[in-house]
Each structure stands twice: as structure tokens, then as C-alpha cells.
Design a protein around this ligand. Structure first.
Ligand SMILES: Nc1ncnc2c1ncn2[C@@H]1O[C@H](COP(=O)(O)OP(=O)(O)O)[C@@H](O)[C@H]1O
Ligand SMILES: [Mg+2]
Length: 320
């Protein structure tokens, strides 16, 4: 149900569930687990039985406390490490190692310090299109650099750039290879609030314009609300589980500075914060009866009945 509908029609329980269908699976995480050897010949299970389908063009954020295995999940998606169990299918093929189809943006930007901005991005372009002529490589690199707002800084070295500019180069480098999937591990967490906001705007604009499929880890609830179509909530580790998949009820056409005026914003934000404060722990200890890890509950926080009733009482003209 769209948030653009009259308020009264949103008066319904805070959560509802639906099952995903097989057509939703551009990325299909199927029963993956990660275990490490523990003292006494035992094993520690970081997470297990993790299932998640991602649609083509979807922006998925994963939220959970430190140590629940988010980076590990992202590394598995990148092909940097293998799951102890289970498989990840991307566009019909099981992941086996890294691929230029899946670009990663890390929290640290890992630029080559001796290369210029152009050199760093061109290096990625030429590894993607090995037979491309120099002029084509440069044109592709310049286009990606312009996309992230760095035109004019092509010849600067990383040491001459601010943290935000370095992260822009990391984004340009990832985008320049036209990946099928963009993987981001807390990409903005080291930046000041102003730069973070600007880069969130850039990433959002680029992803909406290009229909990029994105899997991003964040611990910033507001970042997830602004960027994500769906937000995956992980219980605390060890033995972390996907507690819920939260559908973002806010319209796809979002303005970061106006989000807090959108109907449903506070319901969503409160739901996420309540999860991080208490439910991430209590659900780890006891999942609700009938919990099925293959089909975690899909939740769409909406106005509480009391809130909706109060709003309709104030604005009778909006009654459905
Ligand atoms: N090589 C390893 N041996 C044992 N435990 C590890 C190893 N690498 C990671 N872990 C553990 O896996 C857990 C999940 O790590 P990580 O995926 O980085 O979590 P997150 O990104 O959610 O903070 C952590 O508790 C970490 O200590
Ligand atoms: Mg991490």
C-alpha cells in the first residue's frame, strides 16, 4: 500500500507479513552459515541458515549489532570468502570467487596512493575491458569521476584528497566497471555528517537513475531509511539470524531533508530502533513460534492505529 494513500487507509496493525516469490531472486542467498573452530574441538556459529532473495534493481540494507556477521555476509557475496554451508546464486549462477560483476566499496577506500584519481579509476576500467583502447578507458573513467562530482580533480593524488573525496573515488571506481551488484560495507561511517549526507544523496541518485542492485551494510538507521527498499534485521551473534525483512513504506522518490514529514517515517524509525535496542537480543534468544528461516517475516511498519485515528480525527477530509 502506498504511503500516498489517505491516512485513514493506513490504519492497520503495525506489522503484516507476506512471502517472497521465486521471481524476486536476482541474488539468492540460500541457507548460508559461517562457523569457526572454537577451543575444545568445538565450533562457533556466527550465523546459520540465512536465506535472502534480492530483486534486480533493489537496494537492500542490512542492519545488526557489531559481530552478528554482516561483513562476513558481504564478503561471501563478494566471493572473498566461502560460506561453511549453503550457496549464493547471482543471476542464475552460484558464486565461486570474486568477479567484476560484483563491486565492493569498503569503509576505507583502499586507493593506490601513487596513482591519480584518474589513474585509480582507469586501472579498474582496464581490468574490466582488457582490450579497450587507452582513449576509451580514459573516457569511461572520466565519466565515472564526473558522476560522483569529482570532475576537475582527475589529476590529484589520494594524499591531496579529503576523506569524502577519497570515498567518492572509491564509488567512482566501483561504478566505472558497471557491476551487476554494488556491495557496500558501512561506506560512509568514517565521514562527517555533512559529507555523509551529500554522498548518500549521490549514491541514491546514481542507483535510482541506473537501476543498480545494491547490498549495503550500515548501522545508521536514518541512512537505511533514506536509501533502502528493504532493510534486513539481524539478531545479535553468535548464532545470528535474519529476524525480519522490513519493507520501506516511504515513496521511492525521497528527499533526505523532508523524510521526517512522510507518513510512516516515525513508525519505521521507531520499529528499527526498538529492534536494535531490545528485539535484536530477545529474538536471538527465542524466535517466535513458527519462525521459518527460509521465509523470515516480511514487515511493513505503518502508522499505529492510535496515530492513524488521531490524524483522521484532525483531518476528516482525508477519510477514505
Ligand atoms: N578468522 C576468524 N576466526 C574466528 N572468528 C572470526 C574470524 N573472523 C571473524 N570472526 C568473528 O565473526 C563474527 C562476525 O564478524 P563480522 O562479519 O565482521 O561482523 P559484523 O560486520 O556484523 O560486525 C565476529 O564475532 C568475529 O569475531
Ligand atoms: Mg562489519
Amino acid at each position: 500500500m502506498s504511503t500516498l494513500l489517505p491516512f485513514a487507509r493506513q490504519a492497520r496493525p503495525v506489522a503484516e507479513t507476506r512471502r517472497t516469490t521465486s521471481s524476486d531472486k536476482f541474488i539468492s542467498i540460500e541457507g548460508i552459515a559461517r562457523r569457526y573452530p572454537a577451543p575444545g574441538g568445538k565450533q562457533t556459529t556466527i550465523f546459520e541458515n540465512l536465506w535472502l532473495p534480492v530483486r534486480r534493481g533493489e537496494f537492500v540494507c542490512m542492519i545488526g549489532h557489531s559481530g552478528c556477521g554482516k561483513t562476513t555476509v558481504l564478503n561471501i557475496l563478494a566471493g572473498l570468502e566461502a560460506p561453511s554451508e549453503g550457496v549464493v546464486i547471482v543471476d542464475g549462477q552460484a558464486i565461486a570467487g570474486t568477479s567484476l560483476d560484483r563491486a565492493v566499496i569498503f569503509q576505507g577506500h583502499a586507493l593506490l596512493p601513487w596513482r591519480s584519481v584518474l589513474g585509480n579509476v582507469a586501472y579498474a576500467v582496464s581490468s574490466r575491458w582488457r582490450k579497450a583502447k587507452r582513449a576509451e578507458v580514459e573516457a569511461r573513467a572520466r565519466k565515472a569521476i564526473a558522476t560522483v562530482g569529482l570532475a576537475g580533480s582527475e589529476h590529484k593524488r589520494p594524499s591531496e584528497l579529503s576523506g569524502g573525496m577519497k570515498q567518492r573515488v572509491g564509488i567512482a571506481r566501483a561504478l566505472s566497471i558497471e557491476p551487476k551488484i554494488l556491495l557496500m560495507d558501512e561506506p560512509f561511517s568514517a565521514l562527517d555528517a555533512l559529507t555523509r549526507g551529500t554522498l548518500q544523496d549521490e549514491v541514491r541518485r546514481i542507483c535510482v537513475e541506473t537501476g543498480q542492485t545494491v547490498f549495503m551494510i550500515t548501522h545508521d538507521v536514518d541512512e537505511a531509511i533514506y536509501l533502502a527498499d528493504r532493510i534486513v534485521l539481524m539478531t545479535n551473534g553468535p548464532e545470528a539470524k535474519v529476524a525480519e525483512i522490513v519493507e520501506n513504506p516511504l515513496p521511492k522518490d525521497r528527499d533526505r531533508t523532508q523524510l521526517h514529514h512522510a507518513p510512516g517515517y516515525y513508525a519505521l524509525r521507531n520499529h528499527l530502533i526498538d529492534f536494535l535496542v531490545t528485539r535484536s537480543r530477545t529474538l536471538r534468544d527465542a524466535m517466535p513460534e513458527g519462525y521459518d528461516p527460509m521465509h523470515p517475516p516480511v514487515v511493513r511498519p505503518s502508522l499505529s492505529e492510535a496515530d492513524a485515528a488521531a490524524i483522521t480525527a484532525e483531518k476528516p477530509a482525508l477519510r477514505a
